[in-house]
Design a protein around this ligand. Structure first.
Ligand SMILES: [Zn+2]
Length: 265
């Protein structure tokens, strides 16, 4: 009987890196929420009594929303500029450290990772994606709030109703940000890990399903159960396409590198 091949333990996203990312996103969302609520309540109160007869309350609220949108768009752009690269380099450092330590422990080889072009490309792509995502959090929230305010004015809704609507929307945005932080942490970790494995010449891996998600994909559970082998340069063939662990939305799967030639140690 063939001996079980030696493997590296799966490189998992670092919880601290994800939590830090989430915290910074939520801090800015909370600040935006306080500002929107303050300004909208103040203005809405003034126009509330006239809402049904006058066309100008809508114009006045729209002007306020334009100003608030411009201000908060800028704040999210500023956050994206430093948070995206910070987060990506934190996740990358963790992924590399974890891979390096386990490889040294199991093979005796210590690798000094250099910032290769492949890793830099992967990191650049991750930074770009996260910049877009961070901006989209503010953009999406502001556009939803804008619509809500205009609907409320058009229907002569009261301040209480509007405040409740804003609160709900705020909850949705917070959950979306938390989800982005968790999902991107998995994706960046997976992308950097894949690149380092390829550069180290360790191409063979087996799929590891992670039970953390609420809605696991049946095909990923199956791939984990079978320990589906794949070449990290090509990805694993699942549901008719080549994919990598952590690539699909909310996928928390990872992989184990197979170490050939180290079994008899
Ligand atoms: Zn998965």
């Amino acid at each position: 009987m063939a001996s079980k091949p030696k493997t590296l333990k799966p490189v998992r996203p670092n919880a601290g890196v994800g939590a830090q990312y989430e915290r910074e996103l939520l801090d800015l969302i909370d600040e935006m929420e306080r500002s929107l609520r303050y300004w909208l309540r103040a203005r809405y109160r003034k126009v509330e009594s006239r809402i049904t007869q006058d066309a100008s309350p809508a114009a006045s609220l729209q002007m306020l929303m334009n100003k608030l949108t411009a201000r908060w768009r800028l704040r999210f752009n500023d956050l994206a500029k430093y948070l995206a690269p910070d987060f990506v380099s934190g996740a990358a450092q963790h992924a590399e450290g974890s891979f390096k330590r386990d490889l040294a422990a199991k093979t005796g080889f210590t690798i000094q990772f250099k910032p290769t072009e492949g890793v830099q490309d992967a990191m650049r792509a991750c930074v770009e994606e996260n910049v877009l995502l961070i901006k989209s959090i503010g953009e999406h929230h502001l556009s939803e709030v804008n619509q809500m305010v205009m609907r409320s004015v058009a229907h002569g809704g009261d301040l209480g109703e509007l405040t409740e609507g804003l609160q709900q929307r705020f909850g949705i945005t917070r959950r979306r940000a938390a989800n982005i932080a968790r999902d991107q942490n998995a994706k960046v970790t997976s992308a950097i890990n894949k690149q380092r494995q390829i550069e180290t010449g360790l191409f063979e891996a087996e799929w590891v399903h992670s039970a953390g998600g609420k809605h696991p994909r049946a095909s990923h559970v199956e791939a984990g159960r079978k320990k589906l082998r794949f070449d990290v340069r090509e990805g694993a063939l699942i549901d008719g396409e080549r994919i990598w662990p952590g690539q699909k939305p909310n996928c928390r799967c990872s992989s184990r590198v197979i170490l050939r030639g180290f079994n008899d140690k």
